[in-house]
Unconditional design. Structure first.
Length: 160
């Protein structure tokens, strides 16, 4: 079962709060989440998050996540995102015992965590990336099927 997007976003925010990830801006969070979804699909043949990325000017974006954190602009995110359920607002995060999800999150941080949001945006725009091959900045969805295939457009370290 895929996680709500905010649960995985909060996992990255938790790592930032633990000083395992620096400079977690909204753009950087979007791109790290995109790479985590791509890797998870490639390694486990199922999605990590239950949402769809869309092709925006600066790369793949999940609109609800954008709206949750857009007030930070280019500043680092310093609070967990909220998840609204029918019962009200609750905070969600990836389950502690989900070793596969945490492994992917930590590997994505290891490989991409040193990059800024702008640098990660550039990686998502490379020729052959899922963003590029599915249409570029036209606002359309990026199907999950395109994500693992588009990894070759990113860093050479995806298969680590």
């Amino acid at each position: 079962m895929a996680y709500p997007t905010m649960a995985v976003a909060n996992a990255f925010i938790q790592r930032a709060k633990q000083d395992k990830l620096r400079g977690l801006t909204p753009m950087k969070l979007q791109k790290l989440l995109f790479f985590a979804q791509s890797w998870y699909l490639k390694w486990f043949n199922k999605p990590l998050v239950d949402d769809t990325f869309f092709r925006w000017q600066y790369g793949p974006v999940i609109p609800a996540l954008y709206h949750e954190f857009k007030q930070y602009g280019t500043r680092s995110i310093d609070r967990f995102g909220s998840f609204v359920s029918p019962d009200g607002e609750i905070q969600v995060i990836v389950r502690d015992h989900d070793a596969d999800a945490w492994h992917v999150i930590d590997e994505v941080i290891r490989v991409y965590g040193k990059f800024s949001g702008s640098e990660l945006s550039d990686l998502t725009h490379r020729e052959g990336s899922a963003w590029a091959v599915t249409g570029g900045a036209d606002g359309g969805p990026i199907p999950n099927e395109a994500l693992p295939k588009g990894l070759n457009g990113g860093s050479d370290e995806e298969d680590t």
